[in-house]
Write a protein that binds this ligand. Structure first.
Ligand SMILES: *Cc1c(COP(=O)(O)O)cnc(C)c1O
Length: 417
């Protein structure tokens, strides 16, 4: 392939996806209206943007943000906190909040995301992990097609099971994400076997990609958690995470996160909550831009001969685009090219390195305004075969398109096309 042929392929990819882009715009319009209505219903005011100090008792900004977010999730309650350091922290607070020694948690969707393995006690020294607390952890491996292994799950679903956990997004795995239709079926399967089992969803990367969230009554999940520097923060939230769901369960998570008795009542943030509110408001639009970018990326990379997941015309339930490379070198070049096409630290060259919470060396392109924010254009890859890049985010479609084209040009120059 030469550069002219590559340019023609880019134009063809853009042409091919013209039928998909409007369906994403429809989703954005629906979710944007939901956000607007929730803000108006809760009478969000300028005063809610200002920070508080000390204990933060009666911080109306914090309380209103929780109420708005709970509404958007179709949930009874929510905990949106700058004090939640990451998605992993949010998930850990939710799980440690609900589980007690002797209880069992079953992960129906295979081994969870890398950073959760130390939380379970599967890697690392295990100190402070769920296992260390006497919680029994079972992970049901997915089938080779990435589906739930129902026969194994059936046997695992004993009376002792307190939490059934589902990871919606593909994470760092070559498997489809679990749509809300599938999650609805999982919830009813669980409830038929145990009315008291709590269904939990790791909702990272899933927010705003469908019409509702997993805790909406039409899906029926009891509790979920996620990060504010992914989808919901709209690229503006500077940090933070959330837990949302049934009031009693959110209260457990708050007790774990802060302390029993004061969990939902305290927590000041002197910086003010404007970027959380504004990020929430921008979220549907930004997720739409990221999704359209992912669709373009899938169409172009597939046309260039790479295997991609999901394909450009697939229904999506997360923002991640996975691309498989035959060579480790090509993977590294691709990630470096994405970094080079970033607004921040474009001059830096990412190299594979050990990362806290990850088992394999990881290479990450994250030329982002907010450190590590993956609703901004970012690309990561654990250095293990098969060599897969996980690309996600993008504040504007034009940026994603430009960056992916630049990466394709680099692959061309280096003889991989
Ligand atoms: C990002 C992510 C996490 C962890 O979130 P951090 O904010 O990186 O701690 C957990 N699960 C999934 C599926 C994720 O994508």
């Amino acid at each position: 392939m030469n550069e002219d042929e590559l340019n023609r392929t880019v134009a063809e990819a853009q042409q091919r996806i013209t039928s998909i882009l409007p369906t994403i715009n429809d989703m954005v319009e629906h979710n944007q209206r939901r956000v607007l209505t929730a803000f108006q219903h809760h009478r969000v005011s300028e005063m809610h943007m200002h920070g508080s100090t000390g204990y933060g008792y009666n911080d109306r900004g914090r309380e209103t943000l929780d109420a708005v977010f709970a509404d958007l999730c179709g949930a009874q309650a929510a905990l949106v906190r700058p004090h939640i350091a990451s998605g992993t922290h949010a998930i850990a607070a939710a799980l440690f909040g609900v589980l007690r020694p002797g209880d069992e948690i079953v992960f129906l969707t295979g081994e969870p995301y890398d950073t959760l393995l130390p939380v379970l006690g599967h890697v690392g020294d295990g100190r402070g992990s769920l296992r260390d607390w006497g919680v029994h952890v079972t992970c049901i491996p997915l089938s080779p097609q990435g589906e739930i292994s129902w026969d194994i799950a059936e046997v695992a679903m004993t009376k002792r099971v307190k939490v059934v956990a589902i990871q919606r997004s593909r994470g760092y795995n070559w498997r489809p994400a679990f749509s809300l239709d599938t999650i609805r079926d999982i919830v009813s399967w669980v409830k038929q076997r145990s009315a008291s089992a709590v269904t939990f969803v790791d909702n990272c990367y899933g927010e705003w990609v469908e019409m509702v969230e997993p805790t909406h009554p039409s899906v029926g999940v009891d509790l979920m958690a996620g990060s504010f520097i992914k989808n919901v923060g709209g690229g503006l939230a500077p940090t933070g995470g959330y837990v949302a769901g049934r009031q009693d369960l959110v209260q457990h998570a708050a007790a774990r996160l802060i302390a029993p008795g004061v969990g939902q009542e305290i927590g000041s943030y002197v910086g003010g909550l404007r970027l959380f509110y504004q990020g929430l408001f921008m979220g549907p639009h930004v997720v739409g831009q990221a999704l359209q970018g992912a669709v373009f990326c899938a169409a172009l990379m597939e046309q260039l001969g790479f295997t991609v997941s999901p394909r450009w015309d697939a229904r999506r339930t997360d923002i991640i685009q996975a691309i498989a490379f035959a060579h480790e070198r090509a993977l590294i070049s691709f990630i470096q090219a994405i970094q080079q096409a970033s607004p921040i630290d474009a001059h830096a060259t990412p190299i594979p390195a050990a990362m806290p919470g990850y088992a394999d060396a990881v290479i990450m392109a994250a030329g982002t305004f907010v450190q590590g924010s993956s609703i901004e254009l970012s690309a990561d890859a654990p250095l293990r075969p098969p060599y897969i890049a996980y690309v996600q985010g993008g504040l504007t479609y034009a940026h994603v398109k430009w960056a992916v084209v630049a990466a394709a040009k680099r692959l061309l120059c280096e003889g991989y096309l």
